[in-house]
Design a protein around this ligand. Sequence first.
Ligand SMILES: Cc1cc2nc3c(=O)[nH]c(=O)nc-3n(C[C@H](O)[C@H](O)[C@H](O)COP(=O)(O)OP(=O)(O)OC[C@H]3O[C@@H](n4cnc5c(N)ncnc54)[C@H](O)[C@@H]3O)c2cc1C
Length: 314
Amino acid sequence: MTTVLVFLDHPGASLAKGERELLSLAGSLGDVAVALADDAEQTYLDGVGSYGVGECYRPDTEVSGVLVAGKAAFLAEAARTAAADVVLLGNSYEAKEIAARAGIRLEAGVVTDVVSLDGDLVATKADFAGSYTVDCRVTTERAILTVKPNSVDAAEAGTPQAPREIRVPVGELAPAARITGRVDKPVSGRPELTEARVIVAGGRGVDGDFGPLEELADALGGAVGASRAATDAGWIEHSAQVGQTGKTVAPQLYVSVGISGAVQQRAGMQTSKVIVAINKDADSPVFEIADFGIVGDLFSVLPQATEEIRKRGL
Ligand SMILES: Cc1cc2nc3c(=O)[nH]c(=O)nc-3n(C[C@H](O)[C@H](O)[C@H](O)COP(=O)(O)OP(=O)(O)OC[C@H]3O[C@@H](n4cnc5c(N)ncnc54)[C@H](O)[C@@H]3O)c2cc1C
């Protein structure tokens, strides 16, 4: 039987959507254990147990205060102790770095940006800024995979129960840098960009006014993203940037508004399930990757779309 170890970072009061997706994917592959880097509340542990998780591996020392090296050392040790065949992580920059460092420690192959994974561990991912879709499988005994949010449907949780806790020795950490403080991000009420099922993203075409995009995003229960031109202009925070040097997203619906569709923007959103582009230039390259295109002025198109969606109560 395959043993799958899921790495869970930054536990909150309850499981985040992306964590439920990872646990569901793991459950479809074999027996599931988790490696939990931080302390967690009982409700969170009960939630983990409700996905059929038997063991919860924890570090015997604090690893979250030293950037990623401590977490990678812990994950590698947990994978050895659990005799895990597969290790699954989320797809944040931090998770990818932890995966890479743990891969070196375990001499295990690593695949990042996975959007689907079958029972034979063949992973599908987009490469070269989204120009190619690749199927790949690691050739080492142990596989480490980072999986994009929204790639699998989260299964329904079962009965809440606490998994058995096992402490693993991390060894001495001699970090070159230590985290000295953390500041919570202000709560916007909108979903986290990388986890949102719907994203409305704006570019230079919005000309500094994200209002109509926020209205549409709120009508659809989505998040607001942006091109680098918009974040560089200071119209929206940098954390909203989608693309090669921003976030990689794969929502069910990506509405691209006033964005030309440069290759660096595509790199971060091309694996979205459905792409709708709104642009006043019919020759804009964004229409090459759009499933649906609307040629028109965004300040005229967006309010109409939002009104219609509200009217239909979607
Ligand atoms: C190393 C490197 C990394 C980069 N990383 C990223 C990245 O991570 N993410 C990213 O996005 N970019 C990135 N870029 C920048 C990228 O190359 C493009 O410059 C950028 O994506 C352009 O942003 P834009 O589409 O918003 O602007 P533009 O290319 O100027 O396009 C604006 C679009 O808005 C349309 N428009 C204007 N007014 C309206 C209107 N009223 N209604 C409807 N449409 C309208 C125009 O027709 C045009 O198509 C990177 C570049 C480099 C060199």
